[in-house]
Design a binder for this molecule. Structure first.
Ligand code: ADP
Ligand code: MG
Length: 329
């Protein structure tokens, strides 16, 4: 390695990433210029999403390795692409790297990013590399294209729709939160077999994410307690919270919630041939709000529960009082 390279570690790192990030159509220009160039495929819509992971919130280091963090950053974006009924095309990675953690950490992080991109045939088409004195922050932006001529929105649910969920929920903290399995194959198969009305991925919590569909679609829902697929991790937690509550509120399951007309739902479930379970957990109602039918047949309110970022309002207020609120939001 030349001395010039050693003195310019940012560009050395980018050059290494570039070597491992071949481009292919529809990406025409990837890493190496001021911006990437993409040629949209005909008859598709472009969908773009971004997700940012912050050390201490989305992962703990060194509990999670640099490689795992890089992978997770890609996988959570893929889950959003799946939730739009799209296939992934290209990704951009922006990092604020802790300067005191060394270059090997940065290489390992990007090895994780590249690994996940290769697994899902996503072109790594660019990024931005910063170092600073804080903890790790990594943001990925991902471009996808729809598999049909319309995207799957949160706003499409109709009264009478069945509510389906892939896989099982709850207890992701035992490890699954670090290795999401974006439901790209599952959404593709669902679209081949049925017409879907609304889809969302479960990042914050089953009840919290279903609530987004309900609000955007101006509808309500009744879920059946005994139908909710509870992940075995939720049973293993044994921490005083019931497995069902874990399934409804834990989040980071990265499963998909989908709604569709009953006849479509019946046909989809009858023909479902993937290993990933697909389960009917309830129905959409014209009456607003979300309710849970308990095992003994009672209907109880089910408020949205799950992860939500918060602000330290007392410190914001005092900064505002001191006239130096420069948060710029
Ligand atoms: P600029 O100064 O114009 O922002 P950079 O030197 O930051 O240019 O980036 C040069 C090229 O390398 C760009 O194509 C950018 O997208 C890409 N790039 C920078 N950092 C990364 C990274 N961490 N991963 C992938 N590509 C990157
Ligand atoms: Mg830059």
């Amino acid at each position: 390695m030349s001395e010039q390279h050693l003195a310019r570690p940012e560009f050395d790192l980018i050059a290494t990433i570039r070597q491992r990030a071949p481009i292919r159509p529809p990406v025409l220009v990837g890493i190496g210029d001021d911006a990437a160039v993409i040629s949209p495929s005909p008859n598709t819509l472009q969908v773009v999403t971004t997700d940012l992971l912050t050390e201490g919130v989305d992962f703990l280091w060194p509990d999670a390795s640099a490689r795992q963090i890089g992978r997770k950053a890609v996988l959570v974006n893929l889950s959003d692409i799946a939730a739009m009924g799209a296939r992934p095309v290209a990704a951009w990675v922006a990092t604020a790297l802790p300067a005191d953690r060394g270059l090997a950490f940065a290489h390992e992080l990007h090895a994780g990013v590249l690994e996940a991109c290769h697994e899902y045939a996503v072109v790594l088409a660019g990024g931005d590399t910063n170092t600073w004195s804080g903890p790790l922050v990594i943001a990925i932006t991902m471009l996808g294209e729809t598999m049909t001529n319309k995207p799957l929105l949160r706003s499409g649910a109709c009264p009478g729709d069945w509510v389906l969920v892939t896989g099982a929920c709850g207890g992701s903290l035992l490890g699954r939160h670090l290795e999401p399995r974006p439901r790209l194959r599952e959404v593709r198969r669902m679209l081949e077999l049925a017409e879907l009305h609304a889809v969302i991925d479960v990042s914050d919590g089953l009840s919290a994410d279903l609530q987004h569909i309900l609000e955007e679609s101006h509808v309500g829902a009744v879920l059946l307690a005994e139908a909710i697929p509870v992940h075995e991790d939720a049973l293993r937690l044994a921490d005083g919270v019931t497995p069902l509550d874990h399934a409804l509120a834990d989040g980071e399951d990265f499963e998909l919630i989908a709604t569709l007309a009953p006849e479509e739902g019946r046909r989809l479930l009858a023909r479902w041939d993937l290993e990933t379970p697909l389960t009917k957990i309830g129905e959409i109602t014209a009456e607003l709000g979300c309710r849970l039918q308990t095992v003994d047949g009672h209907l109880v309110d089910l408020p949205p529960r799950g992860w939500c970022h918060t602000w330290n309002t007392s410190s914001l207020q005092s900064r505002a009082r001191n006239g130096n609120d420069s948060s710029g939001e």
